[in-house]
Design a protein around this ligand. Structure first.
Ligand code: PGA
Length: 251
């Protein structure tokens, strides 16, 4: 199955306005000719500016890292899906493990966030992944497929087609420890197979499933060569244009 190839950069809480502008300009030069969909998931303050810079580049899209589950209201300090849409955001990361851990986002809240992003015409990048103790207890597959079921399986076929899933083992995020290509492949295959059981062949075969967790130029090629790994969600290495571009080019 020839699925779309995606590399998304998750800047997390890094880069000032001026630094973010420069980073965007630096990554673009190399990326615009490639047959890979690149999504820049920036902090909110950069969105409008990055949108202006990438606007004519077909394979580069704008992403946010979170949004509130309600469309508007008295939620001081939060940002809503219609606000993101209004500056041209195409993708929104939902359920990153840092949001789950530090901000108490559970499966039910994440299901609502997925809905609000879809209702406003954007694409969720839904993150899932297990901690080290869950993996060591041999419960990682059950844990991850349950996360996917609880936050996504209320969606109908038309809605689920708009999703991208990112498998990010928590023990591999920002730690320098990458899942082996075999561990990534095993989990991606399980996620795809649960999609298959719920939604059938077509949807399961088309779903982009990205791997995230210490992806770098040195390991990207091997990870991306696995049949069910359709790209990466890149944290630390997305902050250095040369590294990010090398990862994109490793396809
Ligand atoms: P990392 O982060 O590449 O720095 O491990 C990945 C992520 O959290 O999306």
């Amino acid at each position: 199955m020839d699925r779309i190839k995606i590399v998304a950069g998750n800047w997390k809480m890094n880069r000032t306005y001026v630094e973010g502008r420069q980073l965007t300009l630096d990554v673009l030069e190399a990326l615009k000719t490639l047959d890979v969909l690149v999504i820049l998931c920036t902090p909110f303050i950069h969105l409008q500016n990055v949108k202006n810079i990438i606007t004519d580049i077909a394979n580069v899209k704008l992403g946010a890292q979170n949004c509130h589950q309600e469309a508007s209201g008295a939620y001081t300090g939060e940002i809503s899906a219609p606000m993101l849409k209004s500056v041209g955001v195409d993708y929104v990361i939902i359920g990153h493990s840092e949001r789950r851990e530090y901000f108490g986002e559970d499966d039910a809240i994440l299901a609502k966030k997925v809905d609000v992003v879809l209702e406003h015409g954007m694409h969720p990048i839904f993150c899932c992944g297990e901690s080290l103790d869950i993996r060591e207890a041999g419960k990682h597959i059950e844990h991850v497929t349950t996360q996917v079921e609880k936050s996504l399986f209320h969606l109908d076929e038309e809605a689920i087609r708009k999703l991208t899933i990112a498998y990010e083992p928590v023990w591999a995020i920002g730690t320098g420890k990458t899942a082996s290509p075999e561990q990534a492949q095993e989990m991606h295959k399980e996620i795809r197979s649960s999609l298959h059981t719920k939604y059938g062949d077509q949807i399961a075969d088309r779903m982009p499933i990205l791997y995230g967790g210490s992806v770098k130029p040195a390991n990207a090629k091997e990870l991306f060569s696995k049949p069910d790994v359709d790209g990466g969600l890149i944290g630390g290495a997305s902050l250095k244009a040369a590294d990010f571009n090398a990862i994109v080019e490793s396809f």
